[in-house]
Design a binder for this molecule. Sequence first.
Ligand code: PHE
Length: 337
Amino acid sequence: MIENLKDFIDEVEKFKADSKEKVEELRLKFLSRKGILTEIFNEFKSVAPAEKREYGQRINALKQLVEKKISEAQAGFEEKASKPNDLDITLPGPNYTIGSHHPITNVLNEIIEIFSRLGFTVAEGQEIEDDYHNFTALNFAPEHPARDMQDTFFIETDPDILLRTHTSGGQVRVMEKQQPPIRVLVPGRVFRNEAVSARSHCIFHQVEGLYVDKNVSFADLKQTLMYFAKEFYGEKTEIRLRPSYFPFTEPSAEMDVSCSICGGKGCGICKNTGWLEVLGCGMVHPNVLRNCGIDPEVYSGFAFGMGIERTAMLRYGVTDIRMFFENDMKFLSRFKI
Ligand code: PHE
């Protein structure tokens, strides 16, 4: 066989790689264990020493030639495969579905829109807060039990840094920077170390309102909230303010609105009371104004804060807060507007 080396070289040189099968045939014929090259190598052992050199070179040339042919052919096949030769440019393009805002975004935007008619603008607070802005400046004394009203996530390495438990820290940041008149909304995400259930979540959203000027009174607060309630929950909505407690407001109140689902007659959503609790509010405590460099002898103000998930639940009759966080397309597509 070794005498035919030249013929083999010719044969391989002429080889045309027109199919994968042919290339495989070539590989088997020359390179497999029982192939021609194995045989030639065996015969090579008995070649006379004087001729070894010449034969050796030719055998190697054949082997390299076969390998080169095969790898060139394979590269050619791969290139062909990556070319979309069956592209039909007359077919219609893919159908893109248009997304929509999350219901929480929609509710927040609506709240902002209503208050913007009263001259409120929007300020951003910050989600990672320090103890001072979340508690101390808001008149929570260091060991004050009211700190326990909100279970806090602290940053392990620095107990002074925490995830804000409410947007009220945003009030402080605005007042530190700006003298009255102030009319601002602070929306954002808040965090509480609470067990997740149908009624509460460890992450939710609030929107804070703050109004500070000369002669701001509780009547202004009530009027502002009544306007909001009628705009948001409907013309016939009534409000009710119940005394409450927050360290940063005095007096403090909680606002209920007449149940928009049953019109005040009593139903499952309002637990047969006819009323829905919607927000906390009050007159900004003089200590808070003072902490922010605003003179409480000259200025007064009111603040309020509401949970956006809760507001959205009441608005849409959603009974499980967790639905807002699950990104379930079926649920979310209900709120496309
Ligand atoms: N920050 C209070 C809360 O999270 C709500 C609130 C805001 C109450 C502003 C009064 C004034 O419960």
